[in-house]
Design a protein around this ligand. Sequence first.
Ligand code: F6R
Length: 609
Amino acid sequence: MCGIIGVVGDEPALPAILDGLRRVEYRGYDSAGVAVLDGARIDVVRKAGKLDALEKELASHALDGHTGIGHTRWATHGGPTDQNAHPHTDCTGNIALIHNGIIENYLELRERLERDGHQFASETDTETLAHLIESHFSGDLTAAVRAALSEVEGAFSVGVIAAEQPGLIVAAKRTSPLIVGKSDGATFLASDPTALIAHTRDMVHVLDDQVVEIRKDGFTITTLAGEPAEGNPIHVDWDTQAAEKAGYDTFMLKEIYEQPDAVADALRGRSLPNDMLALDELRLAEEDIRSVDKVFVVACGSAFHAGLVAKYAIEHWTRLPVEIEIASEFRYRDPVLDRDTLVIAVSQSGETIDTLEAVKYAREQSAKVMAVVNVVGSSIAREADAVLYTHAGPEIAVASTKAFLAQVVGLKLLALYLAQVRGVMWPQDRRRIVEDLHKLPAMIAQVLKLRPQVRELAEHIANSPTVLFMGRHVGYPVALEGALKLKEISYLHAEGLAAGEMKHGPIALVEDGVPVVAVATQCHVYQKVLSNIQEVKARGAYVIAICSVGDGEEVARHADRVLEVPRIHELLVPALVAVPLQLLAYEVATIRGRDVDQPRNLAKSVTVE
Ligand code: F6R
């Protein structure tokens, strides 16, 4: 997500801000900016693109003030443009602010502020905060920040400066990370320890709903209500590279562990108090959604598997027929499309050329196109009629993990939304599923605790010539995804199969000791999966079964090893089962000494056909 930094000290702030921003570049970003307070004036310089573009722009500005804030933006609301880059200011330019997170009720706040005469200059949720603080400001920035944040719903870590109060940054946090630290002659805030390592290794994690006043001789933490408070002190002894990975050995492992947050972010702000879903980035008229008579899902790789999971949900909840197609095949086979066809394109990067070309083709055939994309403002998002962002944050490792889970969840929201608009689902059924979706982050955190058991299994299978994955219903796309993860990062041969299809050929591959990973979670075909497990077991397979909590004993009668995941609605199970499969691929790859983050022959974004 976004990187933030702030500094108040004896020296000009700009060099420390730029150094901090460079150190958080690894998080991924699409624009950057700084605001420096000099005397009683705030200068703001912002630029779309990388830090080099910002530094070029800064060459023609003299920013000598000793108080400043800086930001690298990963777009969430509004594309990656100069205007949408942070810092954002109020109407007067006397308050400037950086923000990491998502303000859920920004539309409602923005409408109110506009009615009160505030002039907005960007499409961001963040700018709302700058105007909200302005509306509460009467000479005391801390008081204004407290008042503004008490009206805000969502996730934030912010740093705010005011022209009237030189030498002060007011910071605050809810959900998004915020760290403060002090060196000789300066005090800092940042979104993660990496940005501060050059200045201090003793830092304080600010806790939720705390406000920090940062001055050059130190910082004071209080609660949002103004009571004295304390953060969580940490001592960081990682080197810079380890710090970028937040102490994890690889980006992939870090991203696997970020999944509870990624899923929470994908869900954030999308269900209204009246149980209706609001997917406001969709920009597709409800009449258009009601006239759809057929859906295509197009995507590649892991995104294709997320799309396959979605097919089951869309058909079940909306009763619309859904075809799923590998994007590179789609436009070469003359698919039947017309103005009542909805094409859903799924892509993390939003740049995959096969998917982009499929989108262009579908629009030429007058179909409506919705993109489910992670990177805001990417080519697929721009090309589509409507877009739903998955908000998983930047994914650095080549193998997709958190973006895949966010796609699974985003597509579930989309399926529910289609059912809502078309009036084909009881509101109480929709509510129950939305409640289950909100249980996923905590459940995923629980599933991550299986890692030691998964490591043992990985040691057992790491040298097998092949590993088979099988499942039925939504267990089938998860089996495909498990096999893909293992192949791409460990270079071990693997196949994902529909369990019922084994007897039509693939079971010939099974002999003594061949590992078969079976998805055997609770669903209407659970008993059938158990039969399929017995079939491979009878032929010598070493069966690793993933089942629902409470079924372990029964499943263990047929399988060699069992991993249990929490019980949830059967259509949501993929978001849980994918996690031990990611961990399995990860552990096998590390045992085999592979470069997990950059597997051979693969690129993060595939922009050639
Ligand atoms: C697998 C993986 C790839 C991508 C595929 C599509 O771990 O990452 O299979 O899922 O290349 O990429 P996007 O989603 O960017 O279109």
